[in-house]
Design a protein around this ligand. Structure first.
Ligand SMILES: *Cc1c(COP(=O)(O)O)cnc(C)c1O
Length: 487
């Protein structure tokens, strides 16, 4: 008579015992944790002396096959160590100067580990009140460092691209841009804007708005007078000026647009001023950086990438919006299954998920909260000040190196320069020079084009980069230049 239910019980028992191993017990956890610890210590030890880049291995890169019953842990962690360790760029090395170098920070890794072990959900306050408050505190602290007023709110994102997207959807909703109006809306930026801005406008359905590339001064900063003129002539032509996108440290060369002037214009013209500080805004934490970023507090929105300027691992951006309510209004949406969340949230402040493109989310605040608490702010401020000074040092040294010419006096921590060969094509020579330095593998740096010319960039952002590393980079350039000339 109880047959169906008995057979269900039997099947359930079988499935439970087959999947039981997924809930690792204490003994199992200890074994794996020891493997992970051995692996991470080995990695970090070799990283201390690692060049900026390691040549890809020639052998095939396929990892272990996925099997029904898994592999013994020694085999898995040995494979993992090989896969993680010995090819490609070495983020964390002090000799990485390409693109915008990442760093990685042990305390942040522990934060990630604990966030995942506890798996607290910080999107809604009721689900993890204290953990949600930690993330809120983090955003409030960031907002205060940038000089934003109390009503500012924001979101911890996976990076700058999503942070920019979040800010721009907010600007779009604030200006109530209807599909029929898009072609008359004008966005003002420079050729130094990061390409994720174009991507964000595209994703937001705003690709066809008018995008004005404003002229720049010789430091690649937006020319405020040209902006003012362009806005006037756009108004005259019946267009609707809407959004100014300023750089607080361009990716190319670290240029900071004149933020105070742009804020004055935005204010007078009733435009939205967004500041892309993915790379550079974190320098506001140190005294000389703060000076250079003056005016950032007057923007309507800004972004910063803790995975760049606060040296933590990839996967961390932040967006801040001056008037926090506009962020909630731009992203407001709900579903019936959220009814209990709404009831539980009644009377409390906005929840993080109401200020985010995401609903379920990584407890990513912990990877920043833990390092800030363990190390204290002063160490971060000093590291940022050091990077600014290292760029200054590199710039001074390059002035004295025969056969080189710098393209900018650095606003922040990126120095652009090129070699000047006595004869022949300078473009070809600089490409050969950079290729030679990269092939040598001691240090890694990359290039860009400015005013149709090939430029080598020294981007100083890695936590581990100190004076010796900058000297090594410049010495290798000098040596390779002489070698090429002697050929
Ligand atoms: C790195 C960068 C971005 C993109 O940020 P991701 O974190 O890589 O998505 C945007 N703007 C600037 C100025 C950047 O340097």
């Amino acid at each position: 008579m109880h047959k169906p239910i008995d057979s269900l019980r039997k099947q359930l028992q079988q499935l439970q015992s087959q999947s039981h191993c997924l809930q690792a017990d204490a003994a199992q956890r200890n074994i794996w944790f020891d493997h992970a610890r051995t692996l991470s210590e080995a990695y970090l030890t070799q990283l201390q002396h690692a060049p900026g880049q390691v040549r890809p291995r020639a052998e095939n890169l396929s990892s272990l096959p996925f099997t029904e019953h898994g592999h013994i842990s020694e085999r898995v962690f040995t494979q993992l160590q090989a896969s993680l360790a010995d090819d490609g760029l070495r983020h964390g090395s002090g000799r990485l100067f390409g693109f915008i170098p990442g760093s990685g920070m042990y305390a942040a890794a522990l934060g990630d580990y604990l966030a995942a072990v506890t798996n607290r959900y910080t999107g809604a306050r009721f689900a993890a009140p204290a953990a949600a408050q930690m993330e809120r505190d983090l955003l409030d602290w960031l907002a205060a460092e940038f000089g934003y007023p109390g009503g500012a709110r924001g979101d911890l994102t996976s990076g700058g691209s999503i942070a920019n997207l979040t800010a721009l959807v907010c600007a779009r909703e604030k200006f109530n841009i209807e599909p029929a109006d898009i072609q008359h809306q004008v966005v003002y930026l420079t050729s130094q804007a990061h390409h994720c801005i174009a991507k964000a406008l595209h994703v937001l359905g705003l690709k066809t708005c008018v995008q004005r590339q404003i002229a720049m001064d010789d430091g690649y900063r937006m020319n405020a007078d040209s902006l003012q003129d362009q806005i006037a002539s756009d108004r005259q032509a019946g267009l609707q000026p809407w959004l100014i996108i300023a750089n607080a440290g361009s990716t190319d060369i670290g240029a900071i647009d004149p933020l105070t002037d742009l804020a004055t214009i935005a204010n007078a013209e009733q435009l939205w001023l967004h500041v892309d500080g993915a790379y550079g805004a974190a320098f506001a934490l140190c005294a000389s950086g703060k000076q250079r970023l003056a005016g950032i507090q007057h923007s309507d929105s800004l972004i910063v990438d803790p995975h760049k300027g606060l040296f933590i691992p990839f996967g961390s951006g932040a967006v801040l919006v001056r008037h926090g309510n506009s962020l909630a209004e731009a992203l407001s949406a709900s579903g019936e299954y959220m009814a209990d969340a709404s009831l539980l949230a009644e009377g409390v402040d906005l929840d993080a998920h109401q200020l985010s493109l995401e609903l379920s989310r990584h407890f990513r605040g912990l990877r920043l909260w833990l390092p800030l608490q363990l190390h204290g702010l002063a160490a971060f401020r000093a590291a940022l000040e050091e990077k600014l000074l290292l760029a200054r040092y590199a710039w001074e040294r390059l002035q004295q190196m025969p056969g080189f010419s710098t393209v900018n006096e650095p606003d922040l921590s990126i120095v652009g320069f090129r070699a000047l060969p006595p004869t022949g094509d300078a473009e070809v020579f600089n490409r050969l020079l950079l290729d030679a330095v990269q092939a040598e593998g001691e240090v890694f740096m990359t290039s860009t084009r400015l005013q149709q010319q090939f430029v080598i960039r020294l981007a100083i952002m890695a936590l581990a980069t100190h004076r010796d590393d900058v000297d090594l980079a410049l010495d290798r350039l000098d040596w390779q230049r002489r070698r090429l000339l002697a050929e």
